[in-house]
Design a protein around this ligand. Sequence first.
Ligand SMILES: NC(=O)C1=CN([C@@H]2O[C@H](COP(=O)(O)OP(=O)(O)OC[C@H]3O[C@@H](n4cnc5c(N)ncnc54)[C@H](O)[C@@H]3O)[C@@H](O)[C@H]2O)C=CC1
Ligand SMILES: C[N+](C)(C)CC(=O)CC(=O)[O-]
Length: 470
Amino acid sequence: MARKAAIVGGGVIGGGWAARFLLMGWDVALFDPSEAARARVARVLEQARYALPMLYEGPLPPEGRLRVSETLEQAVAEADYIQESVSEVLDLKHRVLSDILAANPDAPAGSSTSGFTPSDLRAGLGEGAGRVLVAHPFNPVYLLPLVEIVGRDGAVPGALEAVESALSGIGMVPLVIPREIDAHVADRLLEAVWREALWLVRDDIATTAQIDDAIRLGFGLRWAQMGLFETYRIAGGDGGMAHFLAQFGPALAWPWTKLVDVPELTDALVAKIAAQSDAQSDARSIAELEAERDGNLVAILRALRARGAAAGRAIAAHEERLSLAPGGGAFTTVERTIPLDWTDYNGHMNESRYGQVFSDASDRVLDAFGAGPDYVSAGFSYFTVESTIRYLAETLAGERIRAETRITLADGKKLGLSHVMSRVSDGARLAEADQLLVHVSLETRRSCPPREDIAARLTELAAAHASDKV
Ligand SMILES: NC(=O)C1=CN([C@@H]2O[C@H](COP(=O)(O)OP(=O)(O)OC[C@H]3O[C@@H](n4cnc5c(N)ncnc54)[C@H](O)[C@@H]3O)[C@@H](O)[C@H]2O)C=CC1
Ligand SMILES: C[N+](C)(C)CC(=O)CC(=O)[O-]
């Protein structure tokens, strides 16, 4: 049975949490008194349905059920996990958290708060306050894996572990912060840059567009893959971090920064920043900007995943935990969502990617009869010597496809495969492929008969395919 999450507050962040839980197979009950929340969450869910599956090589669990509740009590009563995401107002958070604890006697409650500490949140909550922890995410919650968890001290036994387990189960990477501090860790860093940027605009040193370029064309790219410390360690050359600190440390004391001050947000300064920001975004709507942001984030995360680095490594590890190796049934060899970067200037999946799908499908068959990575390490493999692909219909980014494969020939060194790729939503046949593979020794690089045990398993599987028993 699907696990149940309650999301209290359906704004930008609550919508993102709801989408991530749903797409990872949890049922979600949402409560937000605002009329606008339902439509807002539906829109975030649509964006997430398009983008999140592109990060995974296999299918995600079946989507959970979304229920919009009339009262907070109905939403949280049966929840296994509760995420509070109401506006950043301490009184409001106290009222809402107190209602949550009263309506559900067991479940842990994470708060999305950007700035309040667990002590701020727990004050006055009485018994059960130790079930509340800060679980601070980053926008868009359905794509960015980081969640800061704060409040180990004062938590009831098991609450921290329960929050960690629920959130890592939906693909988040919990960063447990040992001591509480206003605004936790990441937002302290972000706010420092934000303050400095506001001064630079106020003092006419740079425009909003120039500041964004300074980030995205330079150090922003570094930060996505190595963060601050490893990047600077490299910048210290062979002397490493110690040399870096010796060389650049004294500059920290120079009067470069205005961090201690916040520029007064006068009407004139707000108007100036807003006008520059409007000009910079060139009348593009928030929805257009979000689509661009999501497309770029998916591309970056997929590239990091291909290299096994940073957030990409976390996504691969999550996929392994979900046991989402491509292919569910005996004939199903690939099931996946088509990522944006597989499409070309014609607006559909490029021909080379059909080759990739069928190659992945063949690998799945090889795995199925024991000729997978271990067999390759033992010095044997199959080479594809012929491939015929028939393209039958267009395949678009975001579509979920399935490849089904049948063994058509298993004769000594020769292995014949026939694949059909179809769209999951309506079963439309998108492409077919026939392939001939030959068994080889990786030592001699020449064809040779398969090992006896492999040949026996292949014969068994081929017979089952021929008689339609699978
Ligand atoms: N927007 C951001 O970039 C981030 C925000 N956060 C945190 O997430 C929380 C929510 O922020 P946003 O989603 O940006 O705000 P938002 O303004 O988009 O959404 C807040 C939602 O709370 C609802 N709400 C108000 N009173 C409520 C009640 N009594 N019961 C249930 N819902 C109620 C509002 O109707 C609204 O839909 C805040 O604590 C914020 O600090 C965390 C990470 C990033
Ligand atoms: C602006 N903010 C403080 C609400 C931002 C965050 O908390 C995290 C984020 O997504 O940048």
